[in-house]
Design a protein around this ligand. Sequence first.
Ligand SMILES: [Zn+2]
Ligand SMILES: [Zn+2]
Length: 133
Amino acid sequence: MTRTGRCACGAVAWETDADPIWSGHCHCESCRRASSAAVTSFFGVPRTSVTWIGDPATRESSPGVTRGYCAKCGTQMFYQNVIWPEETHLFAATLDDVSLFVPEAHYHYAERVPWLHVQDDLPKHPASADDPA
Ligand SMILES: [Zn+2]
Ligand SMILES: [Zn+2]
């Protein structure tokens, strides 16, 4: 299935035919600040599967982490980490059809904000997916 997404102004868009490797909500402080949102919803796909229309600008948000964004409107577009060199993480909120996102877990739940109360039944990992829920 083809998934497509774009930034707020439309200057940057992406497309992938790959199924997500994983998908979930990230509560870490780095994502929170980068996206100005309490929770960042992501899914990972093979990096080679993503076609970009327009050129996302990039910055290193922490050592080994590259975040891509639209230089025109500022929308966050992707996350890449040297520890997962084969993956690009795309933001569910940039999907053209947001119903194509099916979250499987919460990550970095220990860093969550105190004023959002999550009541779903998904696993809630204190840190990354490697930690027990
Ligand atoms: Zn834009
Ligand atoms: Zn995060």
